[in-house]
Design a protein around this ligand. Structure first.
Ligand SMILES: *Cc1c(COP(=O)(O)O)cnc(C)c1O
Length: 365
């Protein structure tokens, strides 16, 4: 029997039932199902939340990465530097443009190492995608400095980083164009697929608004070939209902994280937090010896865990054409064997947190 579920969307929607149903009701009355008024409202509020001038709602986080790269001029043959310990989508978006993902190893905090980025720059490098993995900010200052010096676009993969802060600013406000996912499993989620892109560049925002709607500038004219990556009004309405809760969710996740760190740091490696950042704890990833055995033991005791991600992207079959091999990224590869994501969601009870701690301590005793 599951005692500690890894996610608890049922509880989220039980608590938000009234808001969700009223969003459905309003949508059925308005009938502006695609790119309707709720989408505009979400864009305005999301930009304000992140501290950017613009936000553009899209079909998915993957699309947000794709359009961010495209709007920054990345195309066939260009190189894009990123880390290989992310969700596949980070690299997929690059490949979809005919560009080449170039991987760089990470630091012990699981985020891209600026020195490794510098070492991977060639004359064909066009952009760098720092991933704020788990909701911990990548070290943006040196990355932005390298990018400025080499005239590279910076695209934050902030899919896991709604509410993450770095030196007083929110994730999604550092790069030229930045990607968030609204997938049901993210901290701020739609009830289906969705994504959103943030930028301070008016030209990028208006270009992507065109591209997401088949390239149309108005009802009739188009001067670019576009795509269909429009967000449904209903999904935007769901996210609008959830956005006012996100800060309290993050606070709860931070409390859960503090409890784990306090009670587990002597038996497993827990995430670290620098004084200049505020982690949003989309994930709480420990690094543990005998990880697979531990996960199995926890499951037997009713505790669900996950691994983000068991196979680094450079070792995926789809990446064979890129020519990487085992041993290319020692830090990522070492971490991939030790990482385990514990339940961290905002609906965990004190009893559940204690059970997780007790079970992990018992496993190692
Ligand atoms: C979820 C995620 C994405 C992709 O978002 P989708 O909305 O599923 O397309 C990209 N990058 C990272 C790091 C993610 O966690």
């Amino acid at each position: 029997m599951v005692k500690v579920p890894y996610v608890n969307l049922k509880e989220q929607h039980r608590l938000l039932r009234r808001e969700i149903l009223s969003a459905v009701d309003k949508s059925m009355k308005n009938c502006d199902f695609v790119l309707g008024s709720e989408v505009g409202k979400l864009e305005e509020r999301f930009a304000k939340y992140c501290g950017t001038k613009y936000a553009v709602a899209l079909n998915s986080g993957t699309d947000a990465l794709f359009f961010a790269l495209k709007a920054c001029g990345v195309g066939a043959g260009d190189e894009v530097i990123t880390s290989p310990n992310s969700f596949l989508a980070t690299a997929t978006a690059t490949v979809a443009l005919g560009a080449v993902p170039v991987f760089a190893d990470v630091r012990s905090d699981m985020n891209i190492d600026p020195d490794q980025v510098r070492a991977k720059i060639t004359s064909r490098t066009k952009a760098v995608i720092p991933v704020h993995l788990t909701g911990k900010a990548a070290d943006m200052d040196p990355i932005l400095e390298i990018a400025r010096k080499h005239k590279l676009a910076v695209i934050e993969d902030a899919a896991q980083a709604i509410g993450t802060e770095y030196k007083g600013k929110r994730a999604g406000s550092f790069g030229h164009a930045n990607a968030f996912s609204l997938h049901p499993l993210k901290t701020l989620n739609a009830c289906g697929d969705g994504g959103i892109l943030t930028t301070n560049d008016e030209k990028i925002a208006s270009l992507i608004k065109q591209l997401r709607n088949i390239g149309l500038k108005d009802r009739i004219h188009s001067d670019v070939w576009g795509y269909n990556s429009r967000l449904d009004s209903l999904q935007a309405a769901f996210v609008n209902a959830k956005l006012p809760k996100v800060n309290s969710w993050i606070s709860q996740r931070r409390k859960n994280a503090a409890f784990y760190a306090k009670n587990l740091s002597d038996v497993v490696i827990c995430p670290c937090e620098e004084t200049y950042e505020r982690q949003a704890y989309h994930l709480f990833v420990i690094q543990a010896d005998r990880r697979d055995e531990l996960a199995e033991y926890l499951l037997k005791n009713g505790i669900e865990t996950k691994i983000h991600y068991p196979i680094p992207i450079h070792l995926q079959k789809c990446a064979e054409n890129l020519g990487y091999k085992l041993g290319d990224f020692p830090e990522v590869e070492k971490q991939s064997k030790m990482i385990l994501s514990l339940p961290i969601h905002q609906y965990l009870t004190q009893k559940q947190l204690e059970l997780v701690v007790k079970s992990i301590r018992k496993f190692y005793s």
